[in-house]
Write a protein that binds this ligand. Structure first.
Ligand code: ASP
Length: 327
């Protein structure tokens, strides 16, 4: 948790972190704000944990050429990261002390799958993919999703909190206050969107959701059109932040539809944030961020408040970029 606080502080101090392989002086170019710049292939994902996830996705894409494998295996890195308190089974629990996970995956041809409120499954993104590929359904929830995991041979993990989550939960219980603190400790989904060389898009989104949520609460991440939407004819979008505010405006679907009407990814993300602000009271306490790419490989990002960043990976290198925000 202290890492996350440090991250927030650092991300406010530096605008774009370029890493070896990325060229300097590229801040504007890489900020996503310039229309017309395009990259194919391109992998984008939310937050700083997107950097190692993108590395994996890129490696998979280079090897297999399969964009769905890339976005699945990319976010599995985050689901596996024992230090991550907002994605995977090591994430922060709900108010009953139970970790429940949400995930979705979507291809540019409209195929999609998701799982929500699922327990004891280490890789909900792979379970979501199974739902997409091997069932007539789009979404499985709770115990049904867990039973499906068992049936498909997914290992079922012991239900126990990670030491860091346990410590945070014990501290939270002292006051048991349900007050999401934006950007800092309660949320940070990984949403990944990718475009291959041939113009095929895919996306994935996985999270342990809001920390200390009510038992049974499901966020935007597993809801197709809210946390993720992909259409090969137009582009793809993903979301992070307070799921309730994103669900209310069908955030990712809205962005793709705005791009269909001719807006750039950046303009579409900005319009979605405006819409979100107009439909949610108490916006000073709500953070949400969007990330989008169109089929030509142009991208954009925008958030309600400062602090949202995203990772980008293409042929010329990779970078962690601070998103612009409304406030
Ligand atoms: N959107 C996620 C949720 O509401 C959390 C996050 O992205 O921070 O569950």
């Amino acid at each position: 948790m202290s890492d996350r606080r440090k991250f927030l502080k650092n991300s406010l101090l530096s605008s774009t972190l370029l890493v070896p392989g990325a060229f300097r002086g590229a801040v504007d170019k890489w900020s996503g704000l310039k229309n017309g710049e395009s990259h194919k292939p391109l992998i984008l994902s939310t937050w700083n944990h997107g950097m190692p996830a993108n590395d994996k996705a890129w490696e998979v894409l280079e090897k297999s050429g399969n964009i769905v494998d890339a976005v699945e295996q990319g976010v599995m890195v985050t689901e596996n990261d024992l230090k991550n308190l907002s994605v995977g089974l090591q994430g922060l629990p709900d108010r009953e002390g139970i970790v429940t996970l949400d995930a979705s995956i979507m291809k540019g041809d409209g195929s999609c799958g998701s799982v929500c409120f699922v327990r004891q499954v280490k890789h909900p993104i792979s379970l979501a993919r199974k739902v997409m590929e091997d069932t007539p359904h789009v979404m499985l929830a709770g115990e049904g999703a867990r039973q499906f995991a068992i049936q498909e041979g997914f290992p079922i993990e012991k239900e126990e909190l990670s030491p860091a989550a346990e410590k945070a939960y014990e501290k939270w219980k002292l006051k048991s206050e349900y007050k999401p603190v934006i950007n800092i400790e309660n949320h940070d989904t990984i949403g990944m969107i990718g475009l291959d060389q041939n113009g095929n898009l895919a996306g994935s989104c996985t999270t342990s959701g809001l920390a200390y949520k009510m038992h049974g609460r499901v966020g935007d991440s597993p809801i197709i059109g809210a946390g993720l939407y992909v259409d090969n004819e137009v582009g793809a979008a993903t979301a992070t932040g307070l799921g309730e505010s994103i669900i209310k405006i069908c955030g990712s679907f809205l962005i793709v539809e705005l791009m269909r009407q001719g807006r750039s990814p950046q303009e579409a993300c900005e319009e979605a944030v405006r819409r979100l602000i107009s439909k949610n009271k108490g916006i000073e306490g709500i953070q949400a961020g969007f990330l989008a790419v169109n089929k030509d490989g142009e991208h954009g990002a925008y958030a309600v408040h400062p602090g949202f960043n995203y990772a980008m990976h293409h042929k010329e290198g990779k970078a962690l970029v601070d998103s612009k925000s409304k406030f």
